[in-house]
Design a protein around this ligand. Structure first.
Ligand code: PLP
Length: 461
């Protein structure tokens, strides 16, 4: 069949003949709709809530382009909008423009990081970029890493490797030590690894939200007495609720003394380590065996984008290698489906690479510094007589009115969140140590001091 006999509706895939006019028209139209949506943010706010929003399901016959574009518009108009300056609830900043392009290119490429033969250039790109990151944080030549779809999976990859490395892969009594403020992904990791919550030992935190070293030592001694084996200790570099940083130096010394794998969950704060921004407590991270860095959370690499960096790549190879019998391999090149839990994986590294190449280290520093500056401005101006404030060296602040009874915190935060969203500010309300807090995450580059002043005025009212 010649090209001109093909019905437009039959063009399901890109043509290999250089005639992709239809795709170009569709991409242009989609781009226009997306950009219109960005600029509609001002009007609709961070979280437009239309209870009547309907998702239509596929019919016998495919729908027209017109139908689809109108459905895309409706989907966008009912979506959380991260570019709105009042979007301050979570670790979901506006998307970097070169990362948006990266996602488009990755989708079109449709290469697969499972194997070198399915993604030759992107395999080399991911390997090189992981190595670059690993070197930046101070690891040596044996180091490297693997991308994964989110911080949870990077943490999981690390812990499976840690347990395997400790010779405890099948030991049902093996333990993981984390602080009581560590992220909930560790609960999932433990379950996925066939363990239960008794295998997850929670170490107390101090009044700054950092792991309490005395309590850590006490727990370790107890484990020794009870002959319980520990496969890893996790230090959190930026806790979810208040951005605290565990004492990495002390924890790394303890891990060295006792030959225990140190994993750093740097999902929030790890990215600061590639810059020279002075962050209190961010030191000695190259003493870890593994570290999660999740650039989707603060500098706007589009979701998902997470890296696990390891000090020694052989730990990942020994843990995950299966031989991948249906795929050929090339000498000296690792099939990247063989060094992590995921098999097929998109070329997500492209948006990270393009984002970083576009920003350069100065651009990255600029974005990170601006988030700290907004946090400082917020803390400087919030009424200290009215609120108790919980915050660490990063860009997250949780707060609660002084003297509010714990049982009243649910209603107060819910009322306040509703009131704020009606004024186009979206904050979150984490439950933390038995009560609810309001939390503001200052990772939104579009938020200016005037917006923060307005937010503070609303909080004070
Ligand atoms: C400290 C920390 N670790 C891990 C995660 C999990 O990351 P993800 O949601 O990308 O899986 C989060 C998520 O917010 C986090 O705050």
């Amino acid at each position: 069949m010649t090209e001109d006999l093909i019905n437009k509706k039959d063009i399901y895939f890109p043509s290999y003949l250089g005639t992709n006019d239809n795709l170009i028209t569709l991409l242009n139209r989609a781009t226009q709709i997306l950009c219109d949506w960005f600029s509609k943010a001002e009007k609709f706010g961070p979280l437009p809530l239309d209870e009547n929003f309907k998702c239509l399901m596929p019919h016998e016959e495919g729908n027209s382009e017109e139908d689809l574009f109108s459905e895309i518009e409706s989907l966008l108009n009912n979506s959380f909008n991260p570019v709105h300056p009042g979007s301050l609830a979570h670790l979901d900043p506006p998307p970097l423009i070169f990362s948006i392009l990266g996602d488009l290119i990755a989708a079109g490429l449709n290469n697969n990081l499972l194997a070198y033969e399915l993604s030759p250039s992107v395999t080399l790109l991911e390997e090189s970029l992981c190595k670059w990151f690993a070197k930046k944080i101070g690891f040596n030549d044996l180091s490297g890493g693997i991308a994964a779809s989110g911080g949870t999976l990077s943490n999981l990859n690390a812990l499976i490797a840690a347990r395997n490395n400790a010779g405890l892969a099948t030991n049902p009594n093996s333990l993981l030590l984390v602080s009581e403020d560590a992220h909930s992904s560790f609960v999932k990791c433990i379950r996925v690894m066939g363990l239960d919550t008794t295998n997850l030992v929670r170490i107390k935190t101090d009044n700054q939200g950092r792991m309490d070293i005395k309590d850590l030592r006490k727990s370790l001694d107890k484990c020794t007495v009870e002959n319980k084996k520990i496969f890893a200790i996790v230090a959190t570099l930026g806790t979810t609720v208040r951005g605290a940083i565990d004492p990495i130096k002390e924890i790394s010394e303890i891990c060295k003394e006792r030959n225990i794998w140190l994993h750093i969950d740097g999902s929030i704060g790890g990215i600061f380590a590639v810059t020279s921004i002075p962050i209190k407590g961010l030191n000695n991270i190259n003493q870890a065996n593994s570290i999660t860095i999740n650039p989707q959370k603060i500098i706007g690499i589009t979701k998902t984008s997470s890296l696990l960096l390891v000090s020694n790549m052989s730990t990942l190879e020994n843990t995950f290698n299966t031989g991948l019998p249906y795929i050929s391999s090339k000498e000296n090149i690792i099939n990247r489906g063989e060094i992590g839990i995921q098999g097929s994986r998109p070329a997500e590294v492209i948006k990270l690479w393009l984002g970083f190449r576009f920003l350069g280290l100065n651009g990255i520093e600029n974005i990170l510094k601006s988030s700290i500056k907004r946090k400082d401005f917020f803390i400087k101006n919030i009424s200290k007589n009215k609120f108790d404030i919980y915050s660490g060296p990063l860009h997250i602040v949780s707060f609660i009115p002084k003297k509010l009874e714990p049982e009243d915190s649910d209603t107060w935060t819910q009322t306040k969140v509703n009131e704020l969203i009606n004024n186009n500010f979206m904050l979150s309300r984490p439950k933390f140590k038995g009560r609810y807090f309001l939390r503001v995450v200052m990772g939104n580059y579009n938020t200016k001091e005037s917006h923060i002043e307005e937010l503070l005025r609303l909080l004070d009212a």
